[in-house]
Design a protein around this ligand. Structure first.
Ligand SMILES: Cc1cc2nc3c(=O)[nH]c(=O)nc-3n(C[C@H](O)[C@H](O)[C@H](O)COP(=O)(O)O)c2cc1C
Length: 204
């Protein structure tokens, strides 16, 4: 009788353990899918902010290319590039590099560069920086990211592509220099990548 009761209790325990495991897994998957869907919706909206739709006549969302360059794009995973063309001529590209050395890890960026190699807009796609400190890179928190518009590899030159604390021209945030430094470095590297790969990016 006792053994039967113990067996019953053990079975119940196992059932609830499995059930709660399944529930956690399902809710994780649903949250993950929702985050991915939100990121994609934000991406699509932002692409058109970086390159106004009057400036291109191709389908930006399908004229894409994947590239890989861990040293300059901050990730060993393929990086998506959206290409804008007008009457077949390349106009601009939007790259999705990573700043790998944020204070709390990866900062995923959306970087618009015109054919001449000038930044036409930058946005943060995702980050884990601290609210009130590093999250000022996000347009929803401050306009800091707009300070890169019009910048290129010659404006400023290499020595200027640092935060002011390191002798460059870009503002850092009070008590959050690491975040700003990571973004500045990632943008400079992305411009270097664009310069060396532009023909390849727009080929085909
Ligand atoms: C809880 C906590 C969260 C922090 N979050 C960030 C952050 O998001 N970004 C950042 O650059 N520094 C952050 N810091 C500060 C860094 O440790 C470091 O002190 C700072 O980046 C150096 O910048 P400063 O020279 O302007 O003080 C954080 C520090 C603490 C204690």
């Amino acid at each position: 009788m006792l053994i039967k009761r113990m067996l019953h209790a053990a079975l119940l325990l196992t059932f609830f353990a499995v059930l709660s495991g399944v529930l956690v897994a399902v809710s994780f998957q649903m949250t993950y899918q929702q985050i991915k869907a939100n990121e994609r919706a934000y991406l699509l909206r932002t692409l058109n902010v970086l390159i106004p739709y009057q400036q291109y006549d191709n389908d930006l969302f399908t004229d894409i290319r994947e590239v890989q360059n861990e040293a300059l794009l901050g990730t060993d995973e393929p990086v998506m590039i959206y290409r804008a063309r007008q009457a077949g001529q390349p106009i601009a590209a939007v790259l999705t590099p990573v700043a790998p050395d944020g204070y709390n890890g990866h900062i995923r960026l959306l970087v618009g560069i015109n054919y001449e190699g000038i930044l036409i807009g930058v946005r943060v796609l995702s980050h884990k920086e601290t609210p009130g400190l590093g999250d000022n890179i996000d347009m929803r928190r401050s306009n800091w990211i707009l300070g890169f518009n019009g910048r290129s590899l010659i404006h400023p030159d290499e020595s200027g592509w640092k935060v002011k604390r390191d002798g460059g021209i870009f503002d850092q945030f009070t008590s959050a220099t690491i975040t700003a430094r990571a973004v500045v470095k990632a943008l400079h590297n992305t411009l270097l990548f664009f310069k060396q790969s532009r023909d390849e990016i727009f080929a085909d």
